[in-house]
Design a protein. Structure first.
Length: 639
């Protein structure tokens, strides 16, 4: 069944993905543009690497309402991490540190979430219930995240079909990870508690490209409200991937949509190849029940080794363990992802759970790399009783970590006989995925006893709908009708000024292309000049367009006027440059002619441009360039 071999990323076709049963769904997280955090009154959106204090915490799992432990919580507990929180008094209060109960949910954040949910034609819940979702990785000091379902169902259009949505939730963001080395993980708490929404789709995407394109639609839909944060880290996505015979694997925290196609391709390839490895092991008679191994301490055997990582470890008093995997010869060198092999599956587990983060953290007898000498290898095989058909995996560390590492080697190797283990995986920079933690189960969710249910009234929804924007794809159809240039459409449809653009075109009678240039391209140019374009408000643009409609300013003066508004901290009548009169134009023309009398023009055909340039220098933003051109042209090109 698994005879198909993955082609390169560029060569794979939709038919190929169909053959392996590729399916993918999304969990798109988007920070909301609010003044305060979700369950306290600390300011949202203030980031800094400076901190006033550090807090040390240790996480431990707790029983669920059904008396069961979550697998992820148990895995994190095995790591024995010191969790350090760096806190700043401007962005963190006692709520975030779990010392005081939560405030009522931020109504501004909830209104934004409800507005975005309405754009998907979802069913808004009548009563919202806050739940706790366990997070034992330490990213939230309380050990759980407060979250609530806002809507269920709904859909978004994609090409010739609809992508179904499962739900949308509102929840608090986690800390930013600063470092994770050995048994110490450090977080910065400024992002903690900021409001965000999570939009969850069904696994309706059938190719990696579709996953990225659908993610882009969801991101643009929320941004078209103008009420979400933008920039690095403001939007993140978890991508769920599976193939026929595999299981749902969650790629956690993908920071860029552009990285999704290669990541999902590699994850699909990985699952497919893990299933092929399972088939090969079964062919060899190695199943979950017939899996055999042994663990030995070989520290003394390697005291004279020249392999530096191990010799250095022994010098430091560390221990070396050897895991014998019966009948596994060649398995660890099976390719799983692009330039990645099954041995990395084991190395990742050892790195994350045993906290042996210095690489390499394992070596194995299947590898062709120059590690241990042949004589050392033969000596180890003889001591542990390994045959030529067995694979040896060597791991080193202190007594506790080396034992944990050896046990994780065994656990991951045994899982190879099953196929694809349920995991949460990291998005690595090279487009591959790496182990992060065991995939959480349903036992991690339980009701929050600190907050009562919250009614979502019809009156509230009616009030929100009065100011709700249309989905951006509705605007894009209108752009076709009014002939907005294609290079403006994407940014304009997702702009916070899109409703004002409607006003410009329909009420102020501004030409659509020009209105789009002023609202989209001019701010981009101003940003390149290191100016804070967020200081430009709708009222500023409205005043500028009104002045232009009343012929009180010229078109070519608008860019410089916007620049003055930013530098001034707002619009003021003193910033206006009055249009140049015909008399002034004539005077400047005569002045330029006089200047040219003492100037030798080598290329006479350039005279027109020279005169125009000199006149525009004097006129600056008092007259449109086209008007100057027509004036000079009427004077017989200045001759």
């Amino acid at each position: 069944m698994y005879d198909f071999e993955f082609k390169t990323f560029e060569e794979m076709t939709p038919d190929d993905y169909s053959r392996v049963g590729f399916m993918s769904g999304l969990e798109v997280h988007q920070q909301l543009l609010t003044e305060k955090k979700l369950f306290c009154r600390c300011p949202a959106g203030l980031y800094s690497n400076h901190y006033d204090a550090e807090i040390l915490r240790h996480m431990r799992p707790t029983l669920s309402e059904l008396g069961e432990y979550d697998g992820t919580a148990l895995m994190e507990f095995k790591t024995k991490k010191d969790i350090i929180y760096r806190i700043h008094h401007d962005t963190v209060c006692t709520y975030e540190m779990d010392d005081t109960p939560p405030f009522q949910i931020n109504d501004q954040a909830l209104d934004i979430a409800l507005e975005i949910a309405m754009l998907t034609n979802a069913k808004i819940v009548d009563e919202m219930h806050i739940a706790r979702k366990q997070y034992l990785d330490g990213s939230i000091p309380t050990g759980f995240q407060r979250t609530a379902i806002v809507s269920v169902g709904g859909s978004i259009p994609y090409k010739d079909r609809e992508i179904r949505l499962i739900q949308m939730s509102i929840e608090e963001d986690s800390c930013r990870e600063a470092s994770d080395i050995g048994h110490k993980r450090t977080y910065i708490a400024d992002r903690l508690g900021m409001p965000l929404i999570e939009t969850v789709t069904y696994p309706d995407m059938k190719t990696p490209t579709e996953v990225a394109e659908v993610n882009d639609i969801i991101r643009r839909l929320s941004r078209c409200t103008g009420k979400v944060r933008t920039g690095v880290g403001a939007g993140r996505e978890d991508v769920n991937v599976s193939v026929t015979g595999g299981t749902r694997i969650e790629i956690k925290g993908v920071p860029s949509i552009k990285r999704i196609p290669l990541l999902t391709y590699n994850e699909a390839m990985r699952q497919w190849n893990l299933l092929r490895i399972r088939e090969e092991l079964h062919r060899r008679g190695i199943t979950q029940d017939k899996f055999e191994y042994r663990i030995d301490d070989i520290t003394k055997l390697l005291r004279k080794t020249y392999y530096q990582p191990i010799s250095k470890a022994i010098e430091e008093g560390l221990f070396v363990k050897c895991v014998t995997l019966r009948g596994f010869k060649g398995i660890l060198t099976w390719k799983t992802q692009t330039d990645t092999f099954f041995s990395k599956e084991i190395s990742d587990r050892v790195r994350v759970i045993a906290c042996l983060t210095s690489l390499p953290n394992i070596i194995n007898s299947d590898s062709q790399e120059n590690t241990l000498s042949t004589s050392a290898g033969l000596k180890i095989r003889k001591t542990v009783g390994a045959s030529e058909e067995d694979t040896l995996v060597i791991v080193w560390g202190n007594q506790s970590d080396s034992e944990m590492g050896a046990n994780e080697v065994v656990i991951r190797a045994r899982e190879a006989t099953i196929g694809v283990p349920s995991e949460t995986r990291q998005a690595l920079r090279d487009g591959t995925t790496g182990f992060e933690r065991i995939l959480p189960g349903p036992d991690r969710m339980y009701p929050d006893t600190d907050l009562p249910p919250k009614k979502i009234t019809k009156e509230r929804l009616d009030s929100i709908s009065l100011n709700t924007v249309k989905p951006y794809w509705v605007y894009e159809k209108w752009f076709d009708e009014i002939r907005v240039p294609k290079d403006l459409r994407r940014d304009l449809a997702g702009s916070k000024f899109i409703r004002f653009f409607e006003t410009c075109v329909k009420e102020l009678k501004i030409e659509p292309k020009f209105a789009g240039i002023v609202l989209i391209q001019y701010p981009k140019r101003l940003k390149r000049k290191k100016l804070d374009i967020d200081l430009l408000t709708e009222n500023d643009f409205r005043k500028v367009f009104e002045l232009y409609s009343e012929n009180k300013i010229v078109k070519d003066s608008i860019f410089s006027l916007l620049e003055k508004i930013i530098k001034n901290g707002g619009y003021s009548d003193e910033l206006i440059t009055e249009p140049c009169s015909g008399k002034a134009l004539e005077d400047i023309y005569k002045s330029v002619k006089e200047e040219l009398k003492s100037t030798k023009i080598i290329k006479e055909e350039k005279r027109e441009k020279i005169i125009m340039g000199m006149m525009m220098y004097h006129l600056r933003s008092k007259v449109n360039g086209s008007e100057v051109y027509e004036y000079v042209k009427s004077r017989n090109f200045g001759k």
